[in-house]
Design a protein around this ligand. Structure first.
Ligand code: B1M
Length: 211
């Protein structure tokens, strides 16, 4: 069994090779995938964010830490997405326009898949037009939006307004999340659901489709 704090350190240091090797060892030793993510991987990104905020590291360090995190998550995603559940609905997910952060969004997507949702991942920097375009071509139960920047959060409100303008707001549920997003903000913009974490997003989504 690897010393799991070393996984946190490897991600903070942007040491992708070690992060991937330790994740593999941990999974082989039957450490719970969700526990690995929440106890050892997300705290690493929080620490990198903290260092960035106080000027102890810069964008390149954020990038290499994110690369290490993503490398390790590649091994974990299939486990989170593995589903025995019967299909419960189709979700469009994306990070809002102007925002390139996708690690949390990817986690939410995998966990929704694991809960039986069909997930269409629109990626990052998703403009409202792209969402509306998808809604025209296929039946979707829910739109899930992620934002990590205080400057891009208002993009969630724009999506909801555009759904209203296009006359399709009542056809879909909208759930929102991401570090700066709060329940209060979700209520203010008229979202149907909010969670501050990926597990919670799944519970909210299931409730909204009565699954
Ligand atoms: Co950026 N960044 N970043 N960054 N980055 C933050 C968000 C920041 C808080 C760092 C800091 O200052 N402490 C700060 C935002 C400050 C603010 O808005 N007030 C910041 C900044 C400023 C920036 C840039 C502007 C820096 C610059 O260029 N000067 C720039 C913006 C680029 C852009 O988007 N246009 C930028 C760039 C980047 C990188 C590209 C280098 C990289 C992202 C790489 C990638 O995602 N592929 C990056 C990173 C890695 C971070 C931090 C360090 C880590 C983010 C992360 O992946 N966390 C971040 C600091 C932090 O968050 N502590 C920071 C782990 C992830 C699992 O958590 O995404 O929160 P999170 O997801 C959680 C929950 O939020 C929730 O569930 C997830 C799992 O529990 N959740 C949902 C997420 N989406 C959800 C949706 C839901 C429900 C729940 O329903 C639909």
């Amino acid at each position: 069994m690897p010393e799991l704090s070393k996984l946190t350190d490897a991600i903070i240091d942007g040491d992708s090779k070690t992060a991937v090797a330790l994740t593999k060892e941990a999974l082989d030793a039957k450490v719970d995938a969700q526990e690995l993510v929440s106890k050892y991987m997300i705290p690493a990104m929080d620490e990198v964010g903290r260092r960035y905020e106080i000027g102890d590291c810069f964008v390149p360090e954020l990038l290499i830490a994110a690369r290490a995190m993503k490398g390790a998550l590649e091994l974990i995603r299939p486990l989170l997405a593995a589903s025995g559940a019967k299909p419960v609905g189709r979700v469009l997910i994306g990070t809002v326009k102007g925002d390139l952060h996708d690690i949390g969004k990817n986690l939410v997507a995998s966990m929704l898949e694991g809960a039986g949702f069909e997930v269409i991942d629109l990626g990052v920097d998703v403009p409202p037009e792209k969402i509306l375009g998808e809604l025209k071509t296929r039946k979707v139960n829910m739109v899930a939006l992620s934002a990590l920047l205080t400057t891009t959060m208002p993009g969630m409100k724009t999506v909801i307004e555009e759904l209203k303008k296009a006359g399709v707001r009542e056809q879909v549920k909208v759930i929102v999340g991401g570090a700066p997003v709060t329940q209060r903000f979700a209520d203010e913009i008229g979202a149907d659901g909010y969670s501050d974490n990926a597990n919670g997003a799944v519970s909210v989504a299931r409730k909204l489709v009565n699954a």
